[in-house]
Design a protein around this ligand. Structure first.
Ligand SMILES: [Zn+2]
Length: 127
């Protein structure tokens, strides 16, 4: 008997700290062809951004085209903005209701007073 081996392919999410594999929950744990691994990942909402690959959970925050309302990013990051210094206070409603990218959200959010996690804060505040 002679034993042989060959490479098999799957994708791993490039988001820091995430170890999601593109084949999780699928019928196969790896693919013989790189293209098949990629195709399956794309079918499971993975994406490629600037040469990096992200799972369905992290595609959203790395996609420079993806814009969401600040209130939606609050849920993604699980924080609550208490004092919105990162937003235009004179036109707050308009500013707060403008969809922005995750990068934009992060740069504004770090200038604000925030409470985390959002879920607990909402519970305490009875919201
Ligand atoms: Zn991920």
């Amino acid at each position: 008997m002679s034993v042989k081996s060959a490479p098999y392919y799957w994708l791993v999410c490039d988001h820091e700290g995430c170890e999601a594999k593109s084949t999780e929950g699928g019928d196969f744990s790896a693919w013989e062809e790189e293209d098949s691994a990629w195709e399956e990942a794309m079918n499971s909402e993975w994406s490629e951004v600037a040469g990096k690959h992200y799972c369905d959970q992290h595609t959203l925050i790395h996609d420079p085209e993806e814009k969401r309302l600040p209130a939606e990013w609050e849920v993604v990051d699980d924080i609550a903005i208490m004092d919105p210094d990162g937003w235009d206070r004179k036109n707050f409603q308009e500013s707060w209701n403008t969809p922005i990218t995750y990068d934009d959200w992060r740069s504004r959010m770090i200038r604000c007073t925030v409470a985390r996690p959002l879920r607990e804060w909402k519970r305490e505040a009875g919201k």
